[in-house]
Design a protein around this ligand. Sequence first.
Ligand code: HEC
Length: 170
Amino acid sequence: MLQPTLKKLKIRQTSILSIIVTIVITTACTADSSTALGTTIIDPATPGSQSYELGQTVYNMQCATCHGANGEGQFPDAPLEKDLTGRYGAPPHDETGHTWHHDDDLLVQIIKEGGMGDPVNFYVMPALDSVLSDAEVEAVIAYIKTMWTPEQVATQQERTRLVREQNSPG
Ligand code: HEC
């Protein structure tokens, strides 16, 4: 009578173990995607909030030297002109700039993988993937969005929605 009981116990142990393993794996995956980059549409940060503080810190430390302390760009007097070296500087991110024309996923891509300008005609936008976490990338985008008009925010969010719809299978 002892044998079958032991066997049952063993089976039960194995299945409990596999349930635990499944839970751990599922939790790990959920935790990974909880940064939500690429799934939610980023809202402008609320001044005073934690995400605003984080975005502002990241911006000041990693972006401001090139894009300007207030998002005014590298050459605020003539952002659309090449300088003496024959290159365009870092563009403004504020409401005078072009950044709000890009959907969230493209902004994430540019920040993580670097700019798309050629080095002959443009100063270089570095890839910051190894420097910033997903949460920091999201926060800095949320911070930049506070530099846009409400209309620009709405247009950019709608664009993000449309681009995702077009790219989603089915
Ligand atoms: C060393 C200078 C430099 C730093 C630092 C830098 N950028 Fe840039 N960035 C550029 C330049 C130059 C361009 C334009 C050329 C290009 O896109 O390749 C650019 C382009 C961009 C664009 C595309 C804008 C548009 O209107 O098309 C985004 C978005 C951007 N940067 C975001 C950031 C963010 C966010 C940070 C900080 C986390 C940052 N950059 C840090 C130089 C920089």
